[in-house]
Design a protein. Structure first.
Length: 274
């Protein structure tokens, strides 16, 4: 069995949604629920070396809280991941909000926890080709201000490294990135995913069209199923072989704790706790 989850945003209260209301949920602590979920899938789905957990980006949120605090607060969740890793593979596909974790992992020089960590993952699953990516790459192409993935990644990395830093580090970052040229772009990046993608440019529609496009092998490398996250809007389109994993309680439509399983080469959306 393969389990895929994205956009958990451990450490962040921004964008939490109460199911069915579209409003921020103040009485539901999502981080401990994810710890329970990791324990659940470890027992329910991930018991052999053929099983696999794919963390599809933005599992941690280093934009909203100091990385040290996030790591300490969620150490029990990481320990449950280690228990899974002792018997099954865990692949980490980095997102924009946890972009700096890739550098942490590389410097650690070990594969004790994650089998791989990169921007994309290509797998053959029961005869079907699958490509996994977080999906912020589509936002780069859909962005009306700048199409540079390098610029976007550099800003993502700096935001990860500046959250919680005392003083004006974050302001200095924005000032250093040519404010005259990138002012609108920077304003856009500071917004929540919902505000950025569903604003006046309706970028979320362009993101989904890019994901479905027959041109997508050029910018995704996908030759079969494409599975991504980032938009917090889950769906499976069998005609184009495209799927979105949704989010961990952060979709304004339903607020569900969403994840995906892949069995027999077919993806299926699930909701924890229902």
């Amino acid at each position: 069995m393969i389990v895929v989850v994205s956009d958990v945003h451990l450490g962040s209260d921004v964008g939490r949604k109460s199911k069915g209301t579209g409003r921020a949920c103040e009485d539901l602590d999502l981080d401990p629920l994810f710890q329970t979920f990791v324990g659940y899938i470890g027992k329910e789905y991930l018991q052999t070396k053929e099983d696999r957990l794919i963390l599809l980006g933005d599992i941690f949120d280093f934009w909203r809280k100091d990385a040290a605090e996030v790591m300490i607060e969620n150490q029990d969740t990481v320990q449950k991941m280690r228990e899974i890793a002792a018997r099954s593979a865990i692949n980490y596909v980095v997102g924009n909000h946890d972009y700096s974790i890739r550098e942490m992992w590389r410097k650690a020089g070990t594969q004790i926890l994650f089998s791989t960590m990169d921007k994309r993952l290509h797998l053959n699953i029961d005869g079907e080709a699958f490509t996994f990516m977080h999906g912020h790459q589509f936002e780069v192409l859909a962005n009306p201000y700048d199409k540079s993935e390098k610029l976007y990644d550099s800003i993502s990395a700096m935001l990860c490294n500046s959250a919680g830093v005392t003083g004006s580090a974050a302001s200095a970052i924005w000032a250093a990135i040519d404010p005259e040229k990138h002012l609108d772009y920077m304003k856009s990046m500071k917004k929540s995913v919902s505000d950025r993608l569903k604003g006046k440019h309706s970028a979320i529609d362009t993101v989904e069209m890019l994901a479905h496009s027959k041109s997508r092998p050029i910018y995704t490398g996908a030759d079969g199923w494409l599975v991504y996250g980032h938009t917090h809007r889950s769906y499976i389109d069998g005609d184009t072989k495209t799927a979105n994993t949704g989010s961990w309680g952060r979709d304004e439509e339903n607020g569900s704790l969403e994840y995906m399983i892949i069995e027999g080469g077919k993806p299926k959306l699930c909701s924890y706790g229902t």
